[in-house]
Design a protein around this ligand. Structure first.
Ligand code: PMP
Length: 437
């Protein structure tokens, strides 16, 4: 490992106070002090390209969001037991981006809290308890959602009331152990529908009534599987037929990320029963949402009070509103579509030269790049980690996802530009050449 400079070593050692659960990125950790757009600077003034952070959705420190936060913070910040315009105006505005039947919204601070609440709402509505998630899903860190997050490791997920369905892996799609001939929406949808049926049948065999399918329509932590569009419809129809609801976890695909629609579920053409989101919503302030059809919300909310000290406060709502305004005014959806397509094509163009790139897929500015052993579809996690570290040395920040940790997760702020794609491609080409991959 590279020798750390004294300041980095000091800060790294001081982090012991945080305990061992905190994990830093990189052997040579990055100490960031400033951000703007898709660019970040470290304490020595070195500039980095951010190809990872979806929280700074409209770009780090967007001046309009900073101004909205500053203005509201200097006037008032308090909880939601008093009247305030910010929460009501934002509630109306964000609901106007969703299909009509979704007409109620509640605010929290994190995606974990939003999913936690959504599961409780789904359980009250259906009278069931069982929840289905995908094999590598991550839905949060609360007592409830950590048990619905297999990505955290199996010890967390042995809950009797949770069942997993396989990752919808279009790259290695097999039926009965053989590579499937086609991965059309029809065959893929039929396969996943059968998996959901099996999971519900197993739940019921153990006396657990089915409540919800909790899934992110881009299957981000599973490894980025946005396609084929249309395959989720029969899956969700089956969820409904079996008495459950779909909680669309929009933490990753929502807020224009896919370039095709404001919401991931919209891209798939489905109206969910419950919607959750967080990360990209307020450009960095801890703000999340859970939206629902009013009849789905009623059995829970009609009997159980809900108070969230910080959720929906005027400062967070001002930040969320400014973020939404910027998304519209700067057309982040159009940018995600246009630059995302260029980005994906550029990365895919390296496949001929660098056989470690097995598959490049994605939607808008959410791209997954499979690093494999050449000539196979076998994941190469070590190569992926070497790429991450070398990209970092070349001043590009990104990460990996998927079961084997071999899929580069390319997910920059939504203001990523063509010049940023060029910067990435230079660094990526240099990295793969240096590593002889
Ligand atoms: N759902 C998904 C799909 C996520 O990716 C995350 C966070 N990575 C969460 C939920 C949890 O969000 P938070 O960290 O804000 O609690």
């Amino acid at each position: 490992a590279a020798a750390l400079d004294p300041e980095t070593r000091k800060l790294t050692e001081e982090r012991e106070v945080l305990g061992p659960a905190y994990r830093l990125f990189y052997r040579n950790p990055v100490h960031l002090v400033k951000g703007r757009g898709s660019h970040l600077w470290d304490a020595d003034g070195v500039e980095y390209l951010d190809v990872y952070n979806n929280v700074a959705s409209v770009g780090h420190c967007h001046p309009r969001v900073v101004e909205a936060i500053t203005r509201q913070a200097s006037l008032l910040n308090t909880h939601t037991r008093y009247l305030h315009e910010n929460i009501l105006n934002y509630a109306q505005d964000i609901l106007s981006t969703m299909p009509g039947p979704i007409d109620r919204i509640m605010f929290q601070c994190t995606g974990s809290e939003a999913n936690d609440l959504a599961v409780r709402v789904a359980q009250a509505y259906t009278g069931g308890e069982g929840v289905i998630v995908t094999h590598e899903a991550y839905h949060g860190n609360s007592a409830l959602t950590s048990k619905l997050s297999p990505a955290l490791g199996t010890a967390q997920t042995l809950g009797l009331k949770m069942r997993m369905v396989p990752t919808p892996d279009t790259y290695r799609f097999e039926i009965d152990g053989k590579p499937a001939e086609s991965c059309s929406a029809e065959t893929f949808g039929a396969w996943m529908t059968a998996e959901v049926r099996k999971a519900v049948a197993d739940m019921e065999r153990h006396g657990v009534k089915f409540a919800a399918f909790l899934a992110d329509s881009i299957f981000s932590s599973d490894g980025v599987y946005p396609d084929p569009v249309g395959y989720l419809q029969p899956v969700i129809d089956t969820v409904h037929e079996l008495g459950g609801v779909w909680i669309a976890d929009e933490v990753q695909p929502g807020f224009t990320r896919t370039g095709d629609a404001f919401w991931g579920f919209e891209r798939q053409g489905i109206v969910p029963d419950l919607v959750t989101s967080g990360k990209p919503m307020a450009n960095g302030l801890p703000t999340s949402l859970m939206a629902a059809r009013h009849e789905v919300l009623e059995p829970f909310a009609g009997s159980i009070p809900y108070f969230n000290t910080f959720g929906g406060n005027p400062v967070c709502m001002a930040a969320a509103q400014a973020t939404l305004d910027v998304m519209r005014d700067e057309d982040t959806m159009g940018n995600a579509k246009r630059v995302g397509a260029l980005f994906k094509a550029a990365v895919a163009s390296l496949q001929n030269v660098h056989p470690c790139i097995g598959d490049v897929r994605g939607a808008g500015l959410y791209i997954g790049c499979e690093i494999v052993k050449p000539g196979t579809t076998d994941p190469d996690q070590q190569a992926a980690l070497d790429i991450l570290e070398t990209l970092r040395d070349n001043h590009v920040l990104t990460s990996v996802c998927g079961r084997y940790g071999n899929i580069l997760k390319l997910r920059p702020p939504l203001v990523f530009s063509e010049d940023d794609v060029d910067w990435f491609m230079d660094a990526f080409t240099k990295t793969l050449t240096t590593l002889k991959l």
